[in-house]
Ligand binder design. Structure first.
Ligand code: F6P
Length: 341
């Protein structure tokens, strides 16, 4: 019997289980066995796995997170990581591996495929910052959560005549903050791609209040800069070299209150955006990606990634998808400015 492996790496994301289920169901139809590796690259390095049969993936479609667990392990930073992965491939006689992840996980998948391992990728991240796909699954769910939170903040902001700062996830790209801000009618949006001066933010808020408005909503991506500086939670780097972001909301809130005199409150959405059940869009996208990933292995199209372009699922070289992030274009941010202040 032919055997393939599957793993989920990086931050978890709504829709991961939809991909796993779809890949397993498609593989079983071809009479293949599927091995699920535990906790991202760590599982294939340590050979920690479970057999995924149809019972194992039954009922998981609406579940958030990943039934396989995940980690930010980098095979290229783990002792003998790549050698151990090759051993695991040999031990199970794997004809292919599906790596589901974002820039980091798929960056490692790309390198492993260049070393001759039969790896294909599925693009995942709530940040929507992977290149060569119009959308990653997980983004739509996070976006809708953030939008609903902005809606809720409106009523309390209005009742108390306050400025509400809402900190939204997005390490290098402001897709969630920008689109949740647009959909939720935020009055100022700050994203990592476009540095904005604090005085500019305050004058937009003052301008709005001078028109008789008594409250404002400011959406800020965690990776945005304040006066050209990152706001970090801690200096320690993970295995892919990322700092832990967070805290920009509070810093910004304090500055706004001081400079405008308007009472300000801060809400940090955090992991609420990443947890919970995926939207229909993410379930369907994850499902289509999972089917495509198995088809790629069948066709021996290794080193490729499933991708959404328009309404079509196609495949692209992993190499093109990683390396450079898909950030918010300046003209999109400029369009959103119509609604600022
Ligand atoms: O990459 C997705 C993401 O949710 C980012 O938006 C965020 O900065 C990061 O993961 C948080 O990671 P962790 O859960 O490891 O703190």
């Amino acid at each position: 019997m032919e055997r393939i492996g599957i793993l989920t790496g990086g931050g978890d994301c709504p829709g991961l289980n939809a991909v796993i289920r779809a890949a397993v169901r498609t593989a079983l139809l071809a009479d293949w066995e599927v091995i699920g590796f535990r906790n991202g690259w760590r599982g294939i390095i340590e050979n920690e796995f479970e057999i995924l049969d149809s019972r194992a993936v039954s009922g998981i479609l609406p579940k958030g997170g990943t039934i396989l667990g995940t980690s930010r392990t980098n095979p290229y930073k783990s002792p003998k990581g790549v050698e151990k992965i090759k051993d695991t491939f040999r031990e199970h006689n794997l004809i292919g591996l599906i790596a589901i992840g974002g820039e980091d996980t798929l960056g490692a998948a790309n390198k492993l495929s260049k070393e001759g391992l039969p790896v294909v990728g599925v693009p995942k991240t709530i940040d929507n910052d992977l290149n060569c796909t119009d959308y990653t699954f997980g983004f739509d769910t996070a976006l809708n959560v953030a939008m609903e939170c902005i809606d809720r903040l409106h009523s309390t902001a209005e009742s108390h005549n306050r400025v509400m700062v809402v900190e939204i996830m997005g390490r290098h790209a402001g897709w969630i903050a920008l689109e949740a801000g647009l959909a939720g009618g935020a009055d100022v949006i700050l994203i990592p791609e476009v540095p904005v001066d604090i005085d500019e933010v305050c004058s937009l808020i003052k301008k709005r209040h001078s028109r008789g408005k008594t409250f404002s909503i400011v959406a800020v991506a965690e990776g945005a800069q304040l006066n050209h500086q990152d706001v970090k939670m801690e200096e320690k780097l993970d295995q892919f070299g990322h700092v832990r972001l967070g805290g920009i909301g509070n810093t910004l809130g304090e500055m706004i209150e001081k400079k405008t005199g308007f009472e300000t409150r801060v809400t940090v959405l955090g992991h609420i955006q990443r947890g919970g059940s995926p939207t229909a869009f993410d379930r369907v996208l994850g499902t289509r990606f999972g089917v495509k990933a198995v088809e790629l292995i069948k066709a021996k199209k290794f080193g490729r990634m499933a991708s959404l372009q328009g309404n079509k699922i196609i495949d692209v070289p992993l190499e093109d998808a990683v390396g450079v992030l898909k950030t918010v274009p300046k003209d999109y941010y400029d369009m959103a400015k119509v609604f600022f202040g």
